[in-house]
Design a binder for this molecule. Structure first.
Ligand SMILES: Cc1cc2nc3c(=O)[nH]c(=O)nc-3n(C[C@H](O)[C@H](O)[C@H](O)COP(=O)(O)O)c2cc1C
Length: 388
């Protein structure tokens, strides 16, 4: 097999190894996928300022996120069903992130439960919360995250009603019941995937099955999820969640400067500029286009992170240059996970680290903390202002 040198290689391998049902679940966006494509395309268009004759021998990518030291300003974004890309996926990804010195975020919709990930990984992880109508269940999830010593709560704001992904419907993932014949046939061919999946008992929604009243298996959990997310969620609830949690709070899914200003007054410690990886409001701006306007709106009143379309260290550098304190990666690490489990996620993080290091060096920057808009060619910053 040819060498793996970039995240695209991991994606190609994941496409071969993961059943199409679950691969498509990752590699898709809502409706026309315009926002999904724009996330990566807008990043690609941003050009760097190449600088020379700067001593770049000593370099550092180490910095802090939410006051905690990280080896580079990257976090693993919360992704539902990661344990279906590879058996025990969330545990493996948490371990890889811990070894790489970056935070891992566990989704509410994970296969491995909060307790399971805490028991099988060393570094503290962040927990992502979806808000259900049943506030006692929400409170219980927060208590479980506290008991597991999660380092931050990531409250997702942009999925109170779900976007539609055509592929999930066609592949039979969107509703309980029998899978279409072609989906089952494709699954049969994924021998490597089966060989690990048959060795684990972790195949449901670990945080929900057995915890939510009346939810005992995956089909009943899926149905429960659909009717349980709370569309009445408002800023008042953020205050309540902040009070229940009492620790660092990150608001995820902010794309508008007005919402970003409201986030500053909500008591949250950080926000993630995000359109859910193009999986929710199709036609919304790309995250990177929205980022500068949000950074300008909030100044240093709240830490700003971003996600959406990050596939390389160059993309992380672009996000930092436009004011993000950290970039979260979703699909990039899932491709690593699907390609080769824990080793694949480690490889993904190493690729991104190397690319970020060399990119900054060739821009004449030796310390990641020094990155600002001067990293970018002037035409690139003007272009971004236009998009935003
Ligand atoms: C397969 C998949 C599942 C996701 N599940 C969740 C989730 O459970 N909770 C959440 O807040 N965001 C979820 N997201 C959104 C990610 O946290 C993140 O915003 C997005 O993946 C970033 O874009 P990228 O994949 O291009 O890096 C999911 C994204 C993907 C691709």
């Amino acid at each position: 097999m040819t060498a793996i040198t970039c995240v695209d290689d991991l994606q190609r391998l994941a496409r071969r190894r993961v059943p199409r049902l679950f691969y498509d679940y990752v590699d898709s966006g809502s409706w026309t996928e315009t926002t999904y494509r724009a996330n990566a395309a807008d990043l690609d268009r941003i050009a760097f300022r190449q600088r020379v004759l700067v001593n770049i021998e000593q370099r550092s990518l180490a910095t802090t996120m939410l006051g905690r030291e990280v080896s580079m300003p990257v976090a693993l974004a919360p992704t539902g069903f990661a344990g279906m890309q590879h058996a025990d996926g969330e545990i493996l990804a948490a371990r890889a992130a811990g070894a790489a010195g970056v935070p891992f975020t566990l989704s509410t919709m994970s296969v491995c439960s909060i307790e399971d990930v805490a028991a099988h990984s060393v570094a503290p992880f962040w927990f992502q919360l979806y808000v259900m109508r049943d506030r006692e269940f929400v409170r219980a999830l927060i208590e479980r995250a506290k008991a597991a010593r999660c380092g931050a709560l990531v409250l997702t704001l942009d999925l109170q009603i779900p976007g539609q992904r055509h592929k999930d419907i066609k592949n039979g993932l969107a509703s309980p019941g029998n899978l279409p014949f072609r989906t089952r046939l494709d699954m049969l061919g994924k021998v490597r995937w089966w060989s690990t999946m048959l060795g684990t008992r972790r195949r449901g929604l670990g945080n929900i099955v057995g915890y939510a009243p009346g939810v005992a298996d995956l089909p009943s959990a899926s149905a429960w999820v659909k009717r349980s997310f709370d569309p009445t969620l408002t800023w008042k609830d953020v205050e309540w969640i902040k009070a229940c949690w009492g620790g660092p709070l990150i608001l995820k899914g902010i794309l508008d400067p007005e919402d970003a200003r409201a986030a500053c007054n909500s008591g949250a410690d950080a926000l993630v500029v995000s359109n859910h990886g193009g999986r929710q409001l199709d036609g919304a701006p790309s995250s990177i286009a929205a980022l500068p306007g949000i950074v300008d709106a909030v100044g240093d009143r709240i830490e700003v992170h971003m996600d959406g379309g990050i596939r390389s260290g160059q993309d992380v550098a672009r996000a930092l240059a436009l004011g993000a304190k950290g970039a979260h990666i979703g699909r990039a690490f899932l491709y690593g996970l699907g390609a080769a489990g824990e080793a694949g996620v480690r490889q993904c993080l190493e690729i991104i680290r190397r690319e970020l290091d060399v990119t900054l060096a060739l821009c004449g920057v030796t310390d990641v903390a020094q990155v600002d808009r001067s990293l970018l060619a002037r035409s690139a910053t003007t272009m971004n202002r236009k998009i935003a």
